[in-house]
Design a binder for this molecule. Structure first.
Ligand code: AMP
Ligand code: ZN
Length: 489
């Protein structure tokens, strides 16, 4: 499998450290608000990587952190502390906010068929690990104390900007949303490992440490949580492209300084979901959520399908028009799968043509082996539907591919069939009702009743009685009521 590596700038043949096993780390969400559909694009594409590695036979262990503290890279972070801001906005404690939005995040993941990582670790659960690694970095001379905070000294590294060959002055010390200069730093690129003195003095969560009461910086959490669950050597680390610098760059700096050897082989970054006015961003407060899409009538899996139609290393523009087009394609695909399900049931043929299956499958695996080309993998589903082989073989291929794509093709097709059957039933019932109404015998009776009513109105009672007698001789009894005449046999 070829997988692009931000570290080498090439698509390299994926080889894990231990044959057959993959250790995979994913930067999790900052839980001060709902995840937006941009964040979820990243998690959907990482899920494809996770699921495809499993499909290919690897024993994958995937770990994700939850940033519930330590989302500041330095005291120079502009604006407010995000968790505190979230807590104030909703009149809750920081931990209540973290719990609420962590649950909301996994709820969104469930709706999007994103597999739950094997280990999920909130940063607040690993304070001892952070303290141990920071102490190790101080001992080895990679960290220093200034103004009450502990900083990582980037000048001690041979190469700090590992992903790029940028000139230092071109890279302002960025955080998730911009910074102010921090006068404590020895070098512009240095970053905080532990805060004891912060401009955010009203920080709710603080812990005792060898350097005083304080809280961790953002980057240290991912290094420590990855090491805690996956050991000293990591196969794959993923995140959105905005994480490459400074977050992942700093993770590499501190992890390799601490361990004394290379830490992670593959860095996989998902490009952004943008709107026409730019990157979708949580901190601006203007963003789209899965619940919002649902409230507008969109199936979350149609959004997943929309993401799969483009390559993860290309920016993707979200507009409702683009999503609507994806919905149309998705519905067509589901309807083709429904036809196949009907065909398979009708023919009752369960023979799997192994050779045909292998040929169809090759297109699918070739697509994903080529740096996760998901749009070609979706095309392979169409190819499977059209393949010249038994219905059972085609159906088996569609089911197989959807274990990776997870766009819910079979349940959606079954729901469509149930809906179509219910509609056909209703139409049949309406047809039956129409037949009774249109029955010529009934019509003749109704006409005679009408003629009798007309005779009565014209005071021709003899004619009226004659009609009544005639109907009675046919076994039809008339009953005159205030509302008119009814009849029964
Ligand atoms: P955050 O909750 O801000 O820490 O972000 C969670 C994940 O979403 C990270 O991997 C980010 O890199 C990623 N991310 C943030 N914004 C976007 C976006 N507009 N499109 C795709 N991924 C994003
Ligand atoms: Zn991270």
């Amino acid at each position: 499998m070829l997988l692009y590596n931000t570290l080498t700038h090439t698509r390299d043949e994926f080889v894990p450290n231990v044959p057959g096993k993959v250790s995979m780390y994913t930067c999790g969400p900052t839980v001060y608000h709902y995840a937006h559909i941009g964040n979820l694009r990243t998690y959907i594409m990482e899920d494809i990587l996770d699921r495809y590695l499993r499909y290919a036979g690897y024993d994958v262990k995937r770990v994700m952190n939850i940033t519930d503290v330590g989302h500041l890279t330095s005291d120079g972070d502009t604006g407010d502390d995000k968790m505190l801001k979230g807590a104030r906005r909703e009149h809750k404690t920081v931990m209540e906010i973290a719990k609420f939005y962590t649950d909301a995040f996994f709820d969104d993941c469930r709706k999007l068929n994103i597999r739950r990582p094997d280990a999920i670790e909130p940063a607040t659960g690993c304070i001892d690990d952070f303290i141990r690694v920071i102490s190790g970095l101080i001992e080895k001379g990679f960290a220093y104390e200034a103004g009450g905070n502990i900083y990582f000294d980037t000048s001690k590294l041979e190469k700090y900007y590992v992903f790029h060959d940028f000139a230092e002055e071109d890279l302002e010390v960025g955080v998730r949303d911009g910074v102010e200069a921090d006068s404590n730093k020895r070098n512009k690129a240095d970053f905080v490992l532990w805060f004891t003195k912060s401009k955010f003095e009203d920080q709710e969560l603080k812990w005792e440490s060898p350097w005083g009461l304080g809280y961790p910086g953002w980057h240290i959490e991912c290094s420590c949580i990855a090491m805690k669950h996956l050991g000293e050597r990591l196969d794959i680390h993923c995140g959105g492209i905005d994480n490459a610098f400074p977050h992942h760059t700093n993770e590499i700096a501190q992890s390799e300084a601490y361990l004394g050897h290379k830490w992670c082989n593959w860095w996989v970054h998902v490009l952004h979901l943008n709107t026409n006015s730019g990157k979708m961003s949580k901190s601006t407060g203007e963003f789209l959520t899965v619940s919002l899409l649902e409230s507008k009538g969109y199936d979350p899996l149609a959004y997943r399908f929309f993401c799969l139609q483009s390559h993860y290393r290309k920016n993707l523009v979200f507009t409702y028009e683009n999503l609507d087009n994806a919905v149309i394609s998705y519905n067509k695909l589901v309807s083709k799968v429904a036809s196949l399900l009907r065909e398979a049931k009708r023919t009752a043929d369960v023979t799997i043509d192994e050779e045909a299956f292998a040929n169809i499958k090759k297109r699918f695996t070739d697509a994903l082996d080529n740096d996760l080309n998901t749009s070609l993998a979706v095309t392979a589903v169409y190819d499977a539907l059209k393949a010249k082989t038994t219905a059972a073989t085609r159906l088996a291929a569609v089911k197989d591919f959807d274990t990776v794509l997870q766009i819910g093709l079979i349940p959606a097709a079954e729901a469509l069939i149930a809906e179509e059957d219910a509609r056909a039933e209703a139409a049949k019932a309406a047809e039956a009702a129409h037949v009774i109404f249109d029955d010529p015998t009934v019509r003749a009776i109704e006409e005679k009743i009408a003629a009798r009513a007309a005779a009565k109105k014209a005071k021709n009672y003899a004619e009226a009685d004659r009609i009544r007698a005639e109907l009675l001789s046919e076994g039809i009894t008339l009953v005159d009521t205030a509302e008119g005449t009814t009849w029964h046999k």
